[in-house]
Design a protein around this ligand. Structure first.
Ligand SMILES: [Zn+2]
Ligand SMILES: [Zn+2]
Length: 250
C-alpha cells in the first residue's frame, strides 16, 4: 500500500513537471520560433490556445460535450444505458487543430505529431483520471492486416508515453482483434454492435484481477470501446477506465 501511495504521489509530481520537461525551440505544429516564445507541450501559445482541455459541460460517462455551460453531468444515453467502464477521460472535441493533428498522425507519415498528442493524452489523464493508477495500459487493438497496411497502431503509439510516465506496462497483446471488421462509418448503432460481435478477445493471463486503462484515439459512438470493455470483463478484469484524445460530437 505504501509503495502504491508513493507511486501515485510520484505520478502527481511528474504531472506537474510534464510541460517543463517538454522543451523545444520551435513550435512542432506551425514551426514558429523565437526566444521570447514560451512553448508548452511542444506548441507555441497560438497553437496551444486551439488545443483546450475540456473541463466543463461534458458527460463523464462518454465525453459528450454540451453546447451550453452545463455542469459535468451524465448524458441521457449514459443515464439509461450506463457504459461498461468505471471512469472516462477525454482531452477535447474532435474538431479544429486536434482533429487535424489526429488525421495527420493517423494517415500520413505523422508520427512526429505523436509527441504532441502523447502530451495531450497525459494532460487528459491528469485532469480526469488521476490519481487512478492502472496495473496496465491496453490500446484498442487493430487487426494485424490493418497494422500491416498502416505500419503501426496509433492507440498503442499514443499510450507509450503515458505508460512510461506512470511506470506501468503497456500490454498490446492483452486484447486482440479477431476479425478485420468493415469500417463502422455509415452503420447505425445496432449494425455497429452486430459488426463487432465477437471481434475482440482479452487474454485472462494479462487482465484477470487487473485495473485496466483502455486507450483509443477517437471516440465516435463508443461501440468499439464497449465491445473491448465487454471482452475485458469476460476475462475477469477488476476495473476499467477509458482514456481517449478526442470525442466526435454526434
Ligand atoms: Zn504554433
Ligand atoms: Zn454520456
Amino acid at each position: 500500500m505504501k509503495a502504491l501511495l508513493r507511486k501515485v504521489k510520484a505520478a502527481g509530481v511528474r504531472t506537474a513537471g510534464l510541460w517543463r520537461s517538454h522543451r523545444v525551440s520551435r513550435c512542432l505544429v506551425c514551426g514558429q520560433a523565437g526566444r521570447s516564445i514560451r512553448f508548452e507541450n511542444g506548441c507555441c501559445p497560438d497553437c496551444n490556445s486551439q488545443l483546450q482541455l475540456v473541463r466543463r459541460a461534458y458527460c463523464p460517462g462518454c465525453g459528450l460535450m454540451y453546447a451550453l455551460e452545463a455542469p459535468v453531468s451524465l448524458c441521457l444515453e449514459c443515464r439509461f444505458l450506463p457504459k461498461p467502464w468505471d471512469g472516462f477521460g477525454v482531452f477535447g472535441p474532435y474538431e479544429g487543430l486536434l482533429r487535424e493533428l489526429l488525421l495527420k498522425f493517423k494517415f500520413q507519415e505523422g508520427l512526429g505529431y505523436g509527441r504532441i498528442l502523447q502530451s495531450l493524452l497525459f494532460r487528459a489523464y491528469a485532469e480526469h483520471l488521476h490519481p487512478f493508477l492502472p496495473d496496465c495500459i491496453l490500446p484498442v487493438p487493430l487487426h494485424p492486416v490493418r497494422i500491416a497496411f498502416r505500419g503501426y497502431n496509433q492507440s498503442l503509439e499514443l499510450g507509450r508515453r503515458l505508460a512510461r510516465d506512470l511506470q506501468v506496462r503497456i500490454r498490446p497483446k492483452g486484447l486482440v482483434r479477431l476479425h478485420n471488421t468493415p469500417p463502422q462509418a455509415g452503420l447505425n448503432r445496432k449494425e455497429r454492435l452486430a459488426n463487432l460481435k465477437g471481434a475482440f478477445l482479452a487474454d485472462p493471463d494479462v487482465v484477470q484481477g487487473q485495473k485496466i486503462l483502455l486507450i483509443d484515439d477517437i471516440y465516435t459512438t463508443g461501440t468499439t470501446l464497449t465491445a473491448c470493455a465487454k471482452a475485458l470483463k469476460r476475462a475477469k478484469c477488476k476495473e476499467i477506465r477509458v482514456l481517449v484524445l478526442a470525442r466526435a460530437q454526434a
